[in-house]
Design a protein around this ligand. Sequence first.
Ligand code: B12
Length: 212
Amino acid sequence: MELLDRFRQALVDGDADEAGRLGGEIAAGTAYSADRILAVLSAAMGEVGARYETGEYFIPEMLRSAAAVEAALQVLDPYLFRQRQEKAGVVVMGTVRGDVHNIGKNIIVSALRAAGYKVYDLGVNVPAAKFAARIEEVGADLLLLSAFTTSTKQALIDVVSTLEEAGLRGRVKIVSGGAAHSPELAREVGVDAFAGDVKSTLAVCRELMGGS
Ligand code: B12
């Protein structure tokens, strides 16, 4: 089996040791682009999500796969980052208050780092005030908000209004995304853009940074 296929399988199987080891092998070679590696990660976790939804996987399997992604990204992040072209911008990112999903967020963080962004990852269940404080502290260009459950709508609205009250809203562009999220919801809560996957996130961020 090809290296990336074995890597994909280790993620789906939730084998963190194997995912970390294969991540190391991938990083030791020069054969794969950041785009390709991230596409494999996204596809593998998409499959894990689908298995959960069809009842083939339960929460423990899901959490094992999440741990496998983390183990792989720990090894791969420096490799992905080496492929960057230039410093693309400063990003603050996190999953909004009330929401603990982080797999998709972590993949986006790695993709942005690989594309040359300086990313401050605030983690999950992040209160609005914490986003505002970090944006101010690091002079962020972009704020990326992950939201995976529809119940997070109010949390998204709170972030936008907190930034407005702090006088920061005009200084930072906001992009939101995540499962159960949509362009309509993004418009409703007042963020600048929505993106649904790695590729469109990078395209939207580039556009908001004034690139083509
Ligand atoms: C894994 C998972 C969990 C895991 C999370 C583990 C972890 N460490 O993240 C666990 C088991 C903990 C969990 C818990 C819950 N979950 Co859950 N979970 C999922 C599941 C099956 C997969 C999500 C995933 O990781 N997908 C793989 C990644 C790669 O895809 P992704 O997240 O979509 O990310 C991609 C894009 O969305 C995008 N993206 C992601 N973030 C961002 C951010 C930005 C800014 C941008 C631009 C793009 C972007 O890029 C990523 C890469 O392509 C989804 C169903 C699904 N198929 O999506 C439900 C789902 C998200 N969960 C759901 C629910 C309801 C819950 C719970 C409330 C369940 C419960 N009753 O307790 C709790 C929530 C607890 C909380 N307070 O947050 C619902 C939400 C439904 C809704 N409409 O609100 C879903 C959709 C399942 C469903 N169909 O009901 N869950």
